[in-house]
Design a protein around this ligand. Structure first.
Ligand SMILES: [Zn+2]
Length: 257
């Protein structure tokens, strides 16, 4: 199996040589509060892991250069809780567009953002439109949310909000990757909120996009409390997502060659 091509470990000559053919893959993470049990870099760790494992699965079927993960995302809704470093929406769209523009100027013609954070999804799509449609760069851009790669029926069958935020779903994924970073539920549980009635979950069950003031605060910043992270389920979900991301990369490669 070929070793993964890491942007940060290559020279300008080898990157220039690779750029015309290879897909640049940029994991999109976030640095934001993940409740009282998960670490702030949860989304970055998951997106980075999935990018690496998908590239391994793609193997020789497509040439991919794995770029450094973007550790900051659009996380304004988490700022009130602390433990968050956020780029506001305009800055974040411009940051992603700048990444795409400089990769394009470096010779790359194809770029995939692999997203690990819900707040990045809409700005990511806008950045893709800006790069390709508005700026008219000779660059194909894909934006892929990892949870969209898991079959909808699988997500719907899970006994927790999926993907949710800082709840059982993310805790299960992280407990498969970095179990030592998943903390036990503190004895002082703070406000006990029934998961089904958290405003985040209520709005998620509605069609369309719903935002209202204090929505996150009234949900205590999480979709559900982590009581039983399931590393077995987590590793199955990571595997399923990795396979689907690899398939996406191969389809993107065929469609944009
Ligand atoms: Zn997260």
């Amino acid at each position: 199996m070929p070793s993964t091509l890491l942007f940060g470990e290559l020279t300008r000559d080898s990157l220039r040589a690779l750029s015309t053919e290879a897909i640049a893959l940029v994991p999109l993470g976030a640095t934001e509060q993940h409740g009282r049990q998960l670490p702030a870099a949860t989304d970055t760790m998951i997106a980075s892991h999935l990018a690496e494992s998908a590239v391994r699965l793609v193997g020789d079927d497509a040439k991919v250069v794995l770029c450094p993960a973007m550790p900051y995302g659009f996380s304004e809704h988490h700022v009130p809780f602390g433990a968050t470093i956020s780029l506001d929406s305009d800055t974040y769209i411009r940051a992603l567009a700048s990444i795409g523009r400089s990769l394009s100027k470096s010779g790359f013609k194809r770029l995939i953002f692999l997203n690990g954070h819900g707040g990045n999804a809409a700005p990511g799509a806008t950045a893709a439109d800006r790069l390709v449609t508005e700026l008219g760069l000779n660059l194909a851009v894909g934006v892929l949310n990892y949870w969209d790669c898991i079959d909808e029926s699988v997500l719907a069958s899970l006994p927790m909000p999926a993907p949710g935020h800082a709840g059982q779903f993310e805790a299960s994924l992280l407990s498969a990757l970095r179990p030592e970073l998943v903390r036990a539920l503190p004895e002082d549980r703070g406000a006990e909120i029934d998961d089904a009635s958290r405003p985040l979950n209520v709005s998620d069950r509605m069609t369309g996009t719903t935002r209202f003031p204090q929505m996150w605060q009234a949900s205590d910043g999480v979709t559900d409390t982590v009581s039983r992270p399931d590393p077995q389920l987590g590793s199955e979900l990571l595997e399923t997502a990795s396979v689907a991301i690899a398939e996406y990369i191969k389809s993107f490669d065929a469609a944009t060659r």
